[in-house]
Design a binder for this molecule. Structure first.
Ligand code: GLN
Length: 454
């Protein structure tokens, strides 16, 4: 098999299913084929040494790619053609993957269903009436539909794990600082992480290894050695101590979802692990804390989209202020505007202490909940999302119901620890995900458990 064969298969599959799934915003076929040809020349020689040599991959559209349109699914960046690669993207080049195209998402990664994309609604390949989840819905759907083998997503409050769960694939949010955020169009800088979405845990481990590591261009990237994650997949979970937070199986979690987690725990028990119920008592404040902090950070990060430097610009403004106002009014979608307003309010003088500062304090309490549990346990296990994929349109009229969907993933971002979603059964023909959460920089244990269960 040649690299050209792989790339051809990928575009062939896209040709077959993409008009139904609609996972891609931009395809890069000509360049991908040229790259494949070049790489075929290396096949069989010791020059073919990239960790993921010749593997077709899709990239979420908030990760900038040199010379390849990057929109963050926003009209305001409709024609944005980056002049540099995100660090994760250049690491993919080093690993010698082939970029097939850019994947749909909720605008600026704000959403849980891809219905907030400025361009199109991606559909769940398991059932086209259902959402693929979000915000990395295109990344999860493209892998589930077999359009690409691997994809990159980003996760600020669940955006890799929840779509992975809804689409029946494997998605990992790494420890905060594990993967450089340089070139990731910022939503909430203290929470954002890029991570891998794949069909298997093993693929996921390889892809994480390829994109991880400290980066001088991102001062929050961590100088922690990158292990060979795939080596930790030895199937051994004997003696492993699992914590199951009672808050994660509580009211609001669908009965089939609860049962699937209990079944998964039985499997792990058979393999020699033990589990106990624990409490993460501050979980009930996680949603409010997250939406306050993430919207505050977003309001500052999105100030750069003003029609002056890049992206969309309104026609015929009267003056500079008018240019800012009209560009932003016309360029941003409703959900993005809602968050900018909420964040600007929370950061404004007179309100800052009551909202932003308070939320920061609660964030510390949530983080401490995790630290306490990890003193005695190796991993935390629960569902990824309270329900299977919901219907397109079902939650669009009520932002709060939509926000509630992230209740089981958000605490992990607030604490900065790694979390994976692996397929763990079905309800009504729709896939369910098991969430495995680990200690800071202990992705190896998370993968080991996920792989043993898989
Ligand atoms: N659904 C959450 C939100 O809308 C999480 C998004 C994300 O992780 N990027 O903010």
């Amino acid at each position: 098999i040649t690299v050209t064969d792989l790339v051809s298969e990928s575009y062939k599959r896209i040709g077959e299913v993409e008009d139904k799934v609609q996972a891609f915003l931009t395809l890069d076929e000509e360049r991908a084929r040229q790259a494949a040809k070049r790489m075929d020349g290396k096949l069989g020689t010791d020059e073919a040494k990239g960790l993921l040599f010749g593997m077709p991959i899709g990239v979420k559209d908030n990760i900038v790619t040199k010379g390849l349109r990057t929109t963050s699914a926003s009209k305001i960046l409709e024609n944005f053609d980056p002049i540099y690669d995100a660090t994760a993207a250049s690491k993919l080049h080093n690993a010698e993957t082939i970029t097939i195209g850019k994947l749909n998402m909720d605008e600026f990664a704000m959403g849980s269903s891809n219905e907030n994309s400025g361009f199109q609604v991606t559909r769940n390949p398991w059932n086209l009436e259902r959402v693929p989840g979000g915000s990395s819905g295109g990344s999860a759907a493209s892998v589930a539909a077999g359009e690409v083998l691997f994809s990159l997503g980003s996760d600020t409050g669940g955006s890799i794990r929840q779509p992975a769960s809804y689409c029946g694939v494997v998605g990992l949010k790494p420890t905060y600082g594990r993967v450089s955020r340089f070139g990731l169009i910022a939503f909430a800088s203290s929470l954002d992480q890029i991570g891998p979405i794949t069909r298997t845990v093993e693929d996921n481990a390889y892809l994480l290894q390829a994109i991880s590591g400290v980066d001088p261009m991102d001062s929050t990237s961590a100088n922690v050695e990158v292990p060979s994650y795939a080596e930790s997949l030895n199937g051994d979970v004997k003696g492993l101590r699992i914590a199951v937070p009672k808050e994660y199986l509580a009211e609001g979690v669908n009965e089939e979802v609860r049962q699937s987690v209990l079944e998964a725990l039985k499997v792990l028990e058979k393999l020699g692990a033990t589990w106990e119920e624990v409490s993460l008592p501050h979980s009930k404040y996680a949603l409010a804390t997250y939406y306050l902090l993430s919207s505050s950070e977003a309001s500052a990060n999105l100030a750069r989209f003003d029609g002056v430097r890049y992206g969309y610009r309104t026609a015929d403004p009267e003056n500079l202020i008018d240019l800012y106002k009209k560009t932003r009014a016309e360029g941003f979608g409703d959900e993005v505007k809602r968050r900018i307003m909420l964040g600007t309010f929370a950061l404004s003088s007179g309100y800052y202490d009551a909202y932003y500062k308070k939320a920061q304090k609660v964030r510390t309490l949530i983080k401490q909940d995790f630290e306490n549990v990890f003193e005695k346990y190796d991993v935390i296990i629960g569902p990824t999302a309270p329900t299977p994929a919901f219907k397109i349109g079902e939650n669009t009229s009520d932002p709060l119901t939509m926000y509630a969907n992230d209740i089981l993933t958000i605490p992990v971002n607030l604490a900065g620890v790694p979390g994976i979603s692996v397929p763990c059964g079905f309800a009504d023909g729709l896939p369910l995900g098991l969430q495995i959460i680990g200690k800071h920089f202990d992705e190896s244990t998370v993968y080991r458990v996920a792989h043993a269960f898989e």
